[in-house]
Design a protein around this ligand. Structure first.
Ligand code: ATP
Length: 429
């Protein structure tokens, strides 16, 4: 229907980006479920047609009122969202007017203007993502056909030779998120980063451009949001380990901070934290990807941690954890080795959140780590043998005394002084 609408206005409509890539990578007899469809319109003549994408999206939305329409005016794109059933997930269709982007300075938010499909594809990240399939029939005198593949930059060849190739040398200077995208696609698709592209990445990182921008506080909020999104994609994917290693090989963690290098120790810490999280939080109540990112950031000097976390606009919880880590570390390292009784360990560690303790554990000695593990897996789960109702039945008047009695009971239970309800009753009498 979108192509009919475009056709009737004399416009061209194309399927572009990841959808074309995935279509071409899918074997003929394999099913492909596209959830994110990117369409681009061009071929208009009147200046007012630069809102062509929006016009098409509005038309489609009138036909399918259940779809939600949202518009990103400055980029002339409109998105339609269908909430589908839980197994199929949502369906997103983005309809954009073909555009060219200008970067006023490195890593800036691009300025855009309407243009042709070729220019639109040229602004994209990699050849394999710069392919398009024409969805409208040609006008009289035009050579192309409906269903034609537009491949201006050798994307098809790169798909066949399984390579990630950038479109122009300045690409990574313009937008560092492309480094993370290159790694993500390479690992996810089992491709290699083409050698010249790898050189461009290394050059961009070595040039120190990102660090300068960070220090000058010039990173546009939209860029840091995109950088965080890419980090999230990578750190939450099942292939996060090889992806992180590839990022480290490219020294790409230095986009976050000049000093961030994946040392053997840091690599061990991040895997150890992930193992602990798997055991302690099998239902993923915590954001595991975010905690992995915190481990990376915690590797920096305490004064730098907050700067990086703020720059990435991490949530309040994360900022708090990173801010307090140094203090908790000092307290725990100073006190814990002197504590023998389980209740002492419990009372010290219960002041801190689980995630803070997990972050801390990999930064301490083996014996402290063992004690923290004992606390997280056993001590923190111990409950007093009586509860408020029992106290009431035993004739205690409800009030602040309850907390004190239950705490004393818990301490006695932890230290192995009571083992049964009767012993507990006797203990409080
Ligand atoms: P995925 O399957 O991971 O969603 P995708 O290719 O669809 O992959 P999107 O992030 O949805 O990825 O981006 C859609 C398209 O927009 C890409 O295929 C690419 O052409 C273009 N694109 C996205 N991010 C950038 C970027 N930072 N620089 C240039 N082009 C980009």
């Amino acid at each position: 229907q979108a192509s009919n609408e475009a056709q009737s206005r004399g416009w061209h409509l194309y399927l572009v980006g990841g959808g074309v890539r995935d279509l071409l990578l899918t074997e003929a007899n394999q099913p492909l479920l596209l959830q994110d469809i990117d369409l681009v319109v061009d071929g208009f003549h009147r200046a007012t047609d630069d809102g062509a994408g929006l016009e098409l999206a509005s038309k489609i939305q009138q036909m399918y009122p259940q779809a939600r329409l949202s518009v990103h005016g400055e980029f002339q794109t409109a998105a339609l969202l269908w909430h589908k059933d839980p197994t199929l997930g949502n369906l997103w269709i983005d309809i954009a007017t073909a555009r060219t982007e200008f970067y006023p300075y490195p890593a800036a938010n691009p300025e855009v203007e309407a243009s042709s499909i070729r220019q639109d594809l040229y602004r994209r990240d990699f050849t394999i993502n710069a392919l398009a399939v024409r969805l409208t029939s040609p006008k009289k005198g035009e050579f192309s056909r409906k269903g034609d593949l537009l491949d201006f930059f050798g994307g098809l060849l790169d798909l066949r030779s399984r390579q990630i190739r950038v479109l122009h040398p300045n690409s990574f200077i313009e937008d560092p998120t492309r480094i993370y995208r290159a790694v993500r696609f390479a690992v996810r698709l089992g491709f290699t980063i083409e050698s010249q592209t790898e050189e461009y990445i290394r050059y961009a990182i070595a040039s120190g451009v990102y660090e300068r921008l960070r220090l000058e506080n010039q990173q546009a909020p939209a860029l840091t949001t995109r950088l965080r999104t890419e980090l999230k994609y990578i750190l939450q994917a099942e292939y996060w380990k090889p992806a992180l290693q590839l990022l480290a090989d490219l020294e790409a963690l230095r986009c976050l901070h000049q000093d961030l290098i994946l040392t053997n120790q840091l690599w061990w810490q991040i895997r150890c934290v992930s193992r602990w999280l798997k055991i302690i939080d099998p239902e993923n109540n915590f954001d595991h990807w975010l905690i992995r990112l915190e481990v990376l950031i915690a590797h920096l000097n305490p004064s730098e941690r907050i700067k990086v976390a703020t720059n990435l606009q991490l949530p309040k919880d994360s900022l708090q954890r990173l801010k307090k880590l140094e203090q908790i570390e000092t307290e725990v390292i100073e006190k814990l080795p002197h504590y023998q009784r389980k209740s002492e360990i419990y009372l010290l560690l219960r002041q801190y959140k689980y995630v803070s303790l997990i972050l801390l554990s990999v930064r301490t000695s083996k014996s402290i780590r063992r004690t923290i593990w004992q606390y997280l897996t056993r001590l923190a789960k111990v409950e007093p043998l009586l509860n408020g109702n029992d106290l009431k039945n035993l004739g205690y008047q409800p009030g602040p005394i309850y907390k004190q009695i239950l705490d004393n009971l818990l301490i006695a239970t932890l230290d192995g002084k009571i083992h049964s309800y009767t012993e507990a009753e006797a203990f409080i009498q």
